[in-house]
Design a protein around this ligand. Structure first.
Ligand code: SAH
Length: 335
């Protein structure tokens, strides 16, 4: 973090303004080697090289979809990889970032969790994804909707996001950064206590415990009667909206009764809205199908009639296998 450099500099008899030069080199000039930080004294650059080696990461592969969505495969020093997705739109350039290699949550419809978790990323590795993304253009928004469960790697994820948000660092506004959780309840309390205006999404996908526990094992630990009050508490404390993500899976959670139940549950949370996402097909569940447009519109209609603010999200980057969770927001017509 910006302030953490000051004591390090002091110890070495260097003036505090050097901290700004370090941050400038890292986050404005994108140095890949301390030798490129030419504003710093040469012997100090040598110290930095040995004591603060730069995070090793490499873009191993990239894939561009027809719609311009770009997926990067990032590899770290130990050979582990994650994916990050860049999503251009008319007025924004959104990056979807990962927080873990794989995921332990095991949601039935999600590819990231189908093979379990390998390890969590460190803050510097998460920031490295962002720095790789920035080479393709100025990132205006970050969504933490890539691989992994951010609240299962809370400390490192928050450290990374605070760094990206830091005024002397990349300075990306907190309201342009969205965390998404499958419902790891202790994270709500902690995030509320941070007093930072990051946006929060909660992946719901089912409106009763029976179905939700089937689709999302996390629900067995924190069922709806625990999760929804925690969400209500979060919005009451922070005065910030929670967005519920609902991936519609044809014939699984897609009936009119499902939509009505969803509306009832969501209304337990003040300041909540819903994003409806059609399922992106995943290889390991050939029995899960994308719903028709008519089903999506029926769902939208039921929710809107119940007074729930709802948006339809369109899938992006399908032909680059970048679609799972990497979806553009589209506003539903307001009545
Ligand atoms: N672990 C976090 C963030 C990663 S997933 C979370 O669960 O929120 C980001 C979003 O993509 C979540 O809402 C997730 O449920 C959704 N998603 C996962 N697989 C999907 C699929 N096959 N089709 C559509 N959305 C999917």
């Amino acid at each position: 973090m910006p302030d953490e450099w000051k004591p390090i500099l002091k110890e070495r008899g260097l003036r505090p303004f050097r901290a700004d030069q370090i941050l400038q080199s890292l986050y404005r000039d994108y140095i890949t080697d301390w030798d490129q930080a030419t504003t710093l004294p040469k012997d100090f650059r040598e110290t930095l090289k040995t004591e603060f080696p730069l995070t090793e990461s490499e873009v191993m592969a990239e894939d561009v979809a027809q719609d311009g969505t770009r997926k990067l495969l990032i590899r770290y020093a130990d050979g582990e990889c994650v994916e990050t997705v860049l999503i251009p739109a008319r007025d924004r350039f959104t990056q979807c970032i990962s927080t873990q290699v794989g995921c332990a949550m095991g949601c039935a419809f999600c590819a990231s969790g189908s093979k379990g978790v390998v390890r969590s990323l460190k803050a510097d590795e998460i920031v490295a994804e962002y720095l790789a993304g920035r080479r393709y253009g100025e990132i205006t928004n970050i969504v933490v909707m890539g691989m992994g469960e951010p609240f299962a790697n809370y400390d490192e994820t928050l450290r990374a996001l605070k760094l990206i948000n830091a005024g002397k660092g990349p300075n990306l506004g907190a309201r342009h950064i969205t965390l998404s959780t499958c419902g790891v309840v202790p994270g709500f309390e902690r995030l509320a206590a941070e007093g930072i205006q990051f946006e929060l999404s909660v992946s719901l996908h089912a409106a009763n415990d029976k179905l939700r526990s089937e689709l999302m094992p996390v629900n067995r630990k924190w069922p709806l009667d625990v999760l929804l009050p925690a969400c209500a508490d979060y919005t009451n404390r922070t005065k910030r909206i929670i967005t519920f993500e609902y991936t519609v899976i044809d014939g699984v959670n897609s009936s009119r009764a499902d939509a009505e139940e969803l509306a009832r549950q969501v209304r337990r949370v003040p300041m909540a809205k819903v994003n409806l996402i059609p399922l992106s097909p995943v290889d390991h569940r050939p029995d899960f199908h994308t719903p028709s447009d008519a089903t999506m519109l029926m769902f939208l209609d039921v929710l809107m009639r119940a007074g729930v603010q709802t948006m339809l999200r369109r899938s992006r980057g399908k032909d680059a296998s970048a679609a799972c969770g990497q979806l553009r927001l589209r506003k539903a017509p307001q009545k």
